[in-house]
Design a protein around this ligand. Structure first.
Ligand SMILES: Nc1nc2c(c(=O)[nH]1)N(C=O)[C@@H](CNc1ccc(C(=O)N[C@@H](CCC(=O)O)C(=O)O)cc1)CN2
Ligand SMILES: Nc1ncnc2c1ncn2[C@@H]1O[C@H](COP(=O)(O)OP(=O)(O)OP(=O)(O)O)[C@@H](O)[C@H]1O
Length: 209
């Protein structure tokens, strides 16, 4: 994937050279992200109940203190932190919950209202979403495959959350992960959207904009 671009290096035209450098940098970043993602997913351990509880408790407190009324949560995929107890807790506290529906690649997520007992439909990549009306979140929780201490985030590689956060730039975006998902540095791509903070079972990392 990276190699064919190298063949342009014999072009003397400076405009071409600068295009080549941009393209190379982008494909290099994608390639590095892919390697990191593979290794993180291979080594991922399903969270212990105590780890999951800590993350859910911290998120509940953070969100309860916020003004957010419509919270975009996440239904877990295998091996991920399980936010279902958070959905139920926030619902009991009077907040509205929505969950993402995964569209075909290249489009942002859309969110549908969730409440206890709502029927769930199977979506793409093993995801599920509520058979319920669309809603607009005012806070977005973001699942993470890997993260660094500077706000770098790596997902499954669909670009879904980047496209979605680009559409909702003013909203708080809170990442969550196990502490073991930390890496030294996630390569930063041109479409990557910043998180406001990230919660693990050990700490809350804040990322000022
Ligand atoms: N729980 C959860 N829901 C979510 C996300 C997520 O990260 N977690 N997403 C975040 O964007 C979106 C779905 N995005 C996804 C994009 C690609 C793959 C994917 O390629 N899965 C591989 C398996 C990868 C592996 O586990 O090795 C596959 O299905 O083959 C999965 C989810 C929306 N919903
Ligand atoms: N707003 C956007 N417009 C166009 N392309 C985008 C946008 N956001 C992301 N992409 C592209 O989508 C692809 C996947 O991006 P990336 O590897 O950053 O996904 P990810 O953050 O791991 O996944 P996700 O956001 O679904 O959790 C990349 O090629 C990236 O350039």
């Amino acid at each position: 994937m990276v190699a064919p671009l190298l063949h342009f290096s014999s072009q003397p035209n400076p405009t071409r050279t600068s295009f080549r450098e941009t393209a190379l940098a982008h494909s290099e970043i994608e390639a590095r992200k892919a390697v990191l993602r593979r290794s993180l997913l291979l080594n991922r351990i399903t969270p212990l109940p105590s780890t999951n509880r800590r993350i859910v408790t911290t998120l509940t407190t953070l969100i309860y203190r916020s003004q957010a009324r419509n919270v975009a949560c996440v239904w877990p995929l295998p091996g991920e932190v399980d936010l279902r107890p958070l959905c139920r807790a926030l619902w009991r506290l009077g907040r509205q919950i929505c969950l993402p529906e995964t569209p075909p690649r290249g489009q942002p997520l859309r969110f549908r209202r969730w409440h206890p007992g709502v029927s769930l439909r199977k979506g793409l990549f093993g995801t599920v979403y509520p058979a319920a009306p669309l809603c607009r979140p005012d806070l977005i929780l973001v699942p993470v495959v890997g993260f660094d201490r500077c706000g770098g985030r790596l997902g499954y590689g669909g670009g879904y959350y980047d496209r979605t956060l680009a559409r909702y730039r003013d909203l708080p975006a809170i990442g969550y992960a196990q502490a073991s998902q930390e890496v030294t540095a996630v390569p930063a791509g041109r479409h990557d959207q910043p998180l406001s903070c990230l919660v693990t079972e050990r700490e809350v990392l804040h990322f000022p904009s």
